[in-house]
Design a protein around this ligand. Structure first.
Ligand code: SF4
Length: 275
């Protein structure tokens, strides 16, 4: 594979087939060694993906199939551009001074970044050791793949918990939620800083019963610094249509301000810093 720089742009840019020409054995070897990462998009100056102003890389591939997903083009590894580890490190290091000034850092998101955990196991320590704050945004399903040493190079975990009710979670994402909850408890036992991200999806996770259960779980952990309550939006709809995929949320309206404020109040009542 030829070395490439991370593809600049928003995760809301539709990207497909960026590594279609890459040999299957090269993809396998990249995943086994972690010497290459498949990056869907890369941006600078984000103020919503962790503390301060951040450089964000969205990695491709995800094992979930969330019905509300805003970025279904990140699901396939082949929609990411292959980027050599050294190149990724070099690019992020260029921003070291400004990231420090803006109290920011590097956030790795996706897709689901832990689909490429070997790449992260090399990338995070290299970035962390030069004093750049590191954040992993994950659905938590493959959290057990990270060793304690890996976790030591990740300053903050932003854990996207989709639903507490197991059946609801399975219908919403196609996968079980127990692995993510186990990961949350492991992080809690380590007192590892965590932000929880909870998307309020109309008709799915907008009930107060679900919000109460999520708040109770988050509060029981003791290491959750903040909860981001995120309203579902329709910015990803065009991707589902362009990809020719059935979009169950096609006609859904974003939750009302009142619903969001009620959900927030349930987290506040549990003693959490929810925003
Ligand atoms: S975990 Fe994130 S990227 Fe994966 S399907 Fe769900 S919303 Fe989309």
């Amino acid at each position: 594979m030829e070395p490439a720089a991370p593809p600049i742009g928003s995760p809301f840019d539709l990207r497909v087939g960026k590594s279609d020409g890459v040999d299957e054995s090269d993809v396998r070897s990249a995943l086994e060694t972690g010497d290459w990462g498949f990056i869907h998009s890369f941006t600078t100056g984000s103020a919503v993906d962790g503390p301060g102003v951040r450089v964000v890389a969205w990695l491709s591939a995800c094992q979930f199939r969330c019905v509300f997903c805003h970025n279904p083009d990140t699901w396939k590894m082949s929609n990411g551009t292959p980027v050599r580890l050294e190149r990724a490190i070099e690019v992020v290091k260029q921003y070291r001074t400004s990231l420090r000034t803006m109290k920011g850092g590097l956030t790795i998101s996706g897709g689901e970044p832990l689909m490429q955990y070997r790449f992260l196991s090399k990338l995070f320590p290299a970035i962390h050791q030069v004093g750049i704050h590191t954040t992993l945004e994950t659905n938590g399903y493959f959290g057990e793949r990270l060793s304690d040493a890996d976790l030591a190079s990740i300053d903050l975990v932003m854990l996207g918990l989709k639903a507490i009710d197991p059946d609801l979670h399975k219908r919403l994402t196609g996968m079980e939620n127990k692995p993510a909850h186990d990961f949350a408890r492991r992080l809690a036992a380590r007192k590892h800083p965590v932000w929880i991200r909870y998307v309020v999806v109309p008709g799915w996770t907008d009930t107060m019963e679900e919000a109460d259960r999520m708040a109770e779980f988050a509060a029981s952990l003791g290491n959750v610094e903040r909860v981001d309550v995120l309203p579902f939006h329709q910015m990803g709809r065009f991707k589902w249509e362009k990809l020719g995929m059935e979009y169950k949320m096609r006609d859904a309206q974003p939750p009302s301000r009142e619903t969001i404020s009620q959900v927030l109040s349930r987290f506040h009542a549990a003693g959490l810093n929810a925003v």
